[in-house]
Write a protein that binds this ligand. Structure first.
Ligand code: GLA
Length: 389
């Protein structure tokens, strides 16, 4: 059995005590889902994510010297370094912590050494942003301990800058924003141009958000992500030659993109057409949610999957199989791949009355079509990063 939420916090506290003594703060920092609005954040458009009830717990204590001592409990891995030598390492996860320290340093914060132990129940590498959860939780804890005074939004921005500049992923703001700003039973509609946001109720007792993990190792993700982003920028440069008012794909209409079709590189055209359509889908899904028209929400999810597979071209056979399998099951309103792509999971909108059948039906697809054991997580929108007593 997976430890309960209280036990997760206790487990991390106990892990900290084993290594370093008593922690000064413990932070819970959640992963996220995204109902719709994929690859729109770095194009300054709209997204509709939520923080979820899967999180990383992070125990922290400042040190009197310059040493960094980090422990990843679930991996049983240790890292030792210094605040005076922040550089990327091959191991992966220490970069998320050192990136935050590096960005704090750039803000002029006087750093000290830190002991940190973390662990949790966010599925890793499954596209629910365990990295953003770790970044935001660590920044949140340091913000409190060092009395830096950053707002939640500023912490999310710090996390994004750290991914962009330290880790080397040119991601948008969605993951960090959702992790920091989540609320119980709410999705967050974010306008990624000015970071204005609204909470959108998601209170249907009859529906669940269900993740199906493709279990595909996500090795190509960073380079492909950065390439897609560059292609969007190339499209914007062309669009702006014709209309100087266009400074991101957010400003472009489907007609603008169509008008330039012959002048754009075909891949650039497909990326731009997808992003412009996806922005509109976020707005129409918000309207559908308000009307309670969940069939329309589900239909938009399928349309997004199609766009991600054929226009943005970030799906893979396993994700397509999982969406296809879900589509054929009773009580499934919508399904699509979620997140950066090339692996990770699908998000499914499923009627609770059909949840058992969903599990059974997907298990058959996993076994017969993927040759894998099913990895299915039912999750719900929850509060964002928080300090625990
Ligand atoms: C990753 C990035 C986000 C976003 C999604 C795709 O999760 O970190 O910023 O671009 O991919 O929507």
């Amino acid at each position: 059995m997976e430890p309960s939420v209280t036990n997760q916090a206790e487990r991390v506290r106990a892990g900290f005590r084993d290594h370093f003594g008593q922690p000064e703060v413990v932070v819970r920092s959640p992963g996220r889902v995204n109902l719709i609005g994929e690859h729109t954040d770095h194009n300054l458009g709209y997204v509709l994510p939520a923080a979820i009830d899967r999180a990383i717990w992070i125990a922290i204590r400042l040190r009197d010297d310059r040493a960094l001592r980090f422990v990843a409990l679930d991996k049983n891995e240790h890292f030792e370094g210094s605040v005076d030598a922040l550089h990327t390492v091959d191991a992966g996860w220490p970069n998320y912590l050192m990136g935050i320290l590096s960005e704090l340093q750039k803000l002029g914060v006087e750093l000290r050494g830190v002991d940190c132990v973390f662990g949790g129940n966010v599925p890793i590498g499954c596209g629910v942003s365990s990295s953003a959860a770790l970044e935001c939780g660590f920044a949140f804890g340091l913000n409190a301990q060092l009395q830096i005074g950053l707002s939640r939004v500023a912490i999310a921005q710090l996390g994004q800058r750290s991914e962009n500049r330290f880790v080397g992923v040119n991601c948008g703001i969605m993951d960090q924003f959702a992790s920091c700003m989540g609320k119980e039973r709410r999705l967050i509609r974010i306008d990624c141009r000015d970071l204005s946001y609204q909470y959108v109720p998601f209170e249907r007792e009859d529906l669940s958000l269900v993740l199906c993990d493709s279990q595909v190792p996500r090795t190509l993700t960073t380079s492909a992500y950065n390439l897609r982003r560059a292609q969007c920028e190339a499209g914007v440069a062309k669009l702006a030659e014709r209309d100087p008012e266009i400074s991101s794909l957010r400003d472009a209409t489907a007609a603008d993109v169509e008008a330039l079709r012959d002048e754009l590189d075909p891949a650039v055209y497909r990326r731009c057409a997808y992003v412009v359509a996806e922005n509109q889908r976020v707005l129409s899904v918000c309207a559908s949610l308000e009307r309670g028209d969940m069939a329309a929400v589900g239909a938009a999810m399928y349309a997004t999957h199609d766009g991600l597979a054929h226009g943005y071209e970030v799906s893979c056979p396993e994700l397509d199989i999982l969406v296809d399998a879900a589509h054929g099951l009773p009580g499934v309103l919508g399904a699509r791949m979620m997140g950066g792509g090339f692996g990770g999971c699908t998000i499914n909108l499923v009627e609770n009355d059909h949840l058992a059948a969903f599990h059974a039906g997907m298990a058959v697809a996993y076994h017969d079509r993927l040759g894998k054991e099913p990895a299915i997580h039912v999750c719900r929108p929850t509060a964002g990063t928080e300090l625990l007593a």
